[in-house]
Design a protein around this ligand. Structure first.
Ligand SMILES: C[S@@+](CC[C@H](N)C(=O)[O-])C[C@H]1O[C@@H](n2cnc3c(N)ncnc32)[C@H](O)[C@@H]1O
Length: 300
């Protein structure tokens, strides 16, 4: 494991990099380590709810259309609980799961073992990946890149370990306006109403406020900046486009079921949105999917 990650687990602050009020600017590791520790001690599988499950299914469908088919070697950086990689492993991909949080690696391993899936588990740091150049057919990350200030270094390091002709895929969710902003306003209202009705409006205000100020750091870089970094790293055929025209909403089960059913009925429209790559899609979509192919030799 890269020594940098080893120094920055737990409550420690990264040396010489500074903090913002809302987290570590180099991956928000202390925040994530706490989250994975809680999941680990809960013993329960971190299961997705019906909305997250549907969104993950749509992502896997898109990955199947974009990535080279199995069998192929696939590294997920910042794997967390590795839900998406588990689905890819079930399709025959040979997965390596890397995270700088020891608890995340335990949670990922537990998920894979409970499903009878195999993977290679690596505690490591995306600034200094413990693999030789040109190793993997596919490299993925989901919800990772937005947690760095110096994201260009991370993209360059990730690209280093992809074999020439192999593919880079990142799901990026930076801090910016999107459909999820609208969803977050709605979700804050739900919390205010719920705790208000329980006679605890202060708790409602606290829980609503937390939605707008998460503990972790998120950059607000424009799509063009990510595109440039991918190009600079030696990736070509770079595509970055918005995806998911609908938000995650906090809903009681009785309302969530028809919401999810309606989203399933509108799957074709949703697909057309995800495939459009228009300025509207890139602005409104909840996140960006970014992919490209590594050149045989890095272009100057
Ligand atoms: C938002 S979570 C995403 C987890 C998972 N990919 C998912 O989609 O659920 C970001 C993950 O990146 C990991 N991470 C943060 N900084 C890292 C670093 N420098 N090297 C490796 N992993 C890192 C965190 O521990 C966390 O598990």
């Amino acid at each position: 494991m890269g020594s940098d990650a080893g120094e920055r687990t737990g409550q420690e602050q990264p040396k010489g990099l500074g903090y913002t009020v809302h987290g570590d600017q180099r991956g928000s590791l202390p925040v994530f380590e706490r989250q994975w520790q809680e999941m680990l001690s809960a013993e329960a599988e971190p299961e997705f709810g019906p909305q997250e499950r549907l969104f993950a299914e749509r992502k896997i469908e898109a990955l199947n259309a974009i990535l080279p088919p199995a069998p192929a070697t696939m590294l997920e950086c910042g794997c967390g609980s590795a839900e998406v990689s588990a689905a890819m492993a079930a399709q025959g991909y040979d997965c390596t799961l890397l995270d700088a949080s020891p608890a995340a690696i335990h949670v990922a391993r537990r998920r894979f073992e409970r499903r009878g899936l195999r993977a290679t588990y690596t505690l490591g740091n995306v600034y200094s990946l413990p693999f030789p150049d040109n190793t993997f057919d596919v490299l993925t990350s989901f919800g990772l890149l937005e947690h760095f200030v110096d994201v260009e270094k991370v993209i360059a390091e990730m690209t280093r370990v992809i074999r020439p002709g192999g593919m880079f895929f990142a799901d990026i969710v930076p801090e910016r306006f999107s459909v999820q902003t609208v969803g977050t306003v709605f979700n804050a209202g739900v919390r205010l109403a719920y705790y208000g009705l329980q006679g605890d409006p202060r708790r409602g205000a606290y829980e609503a406020g937390r939605l707008f100020k998460p503990d972790f750091y998120e950059n607000d870089y424009p799509l063009t900046r990510y595109r440039q970094y991918m190009h600079d790293a030696g990736l070509r055929g770079v595509v970055i486009r918005g995806n998911r025209p609908v938000p995650v909403l906090t809903l009681p089960g009785i309302v969530e079921r028809p919401y999810v059913a309606a989203l399933k009925r509108g799957a074709n429209l949703w697909r057309r949105f995800d495939e459009a790559g228009s300025p509207l899609t890139n602005w409104w979509g909840a996140g960006w999917w970014a992919w490209g192919v590594k050149l045989p030799t890095k272009a100057v």
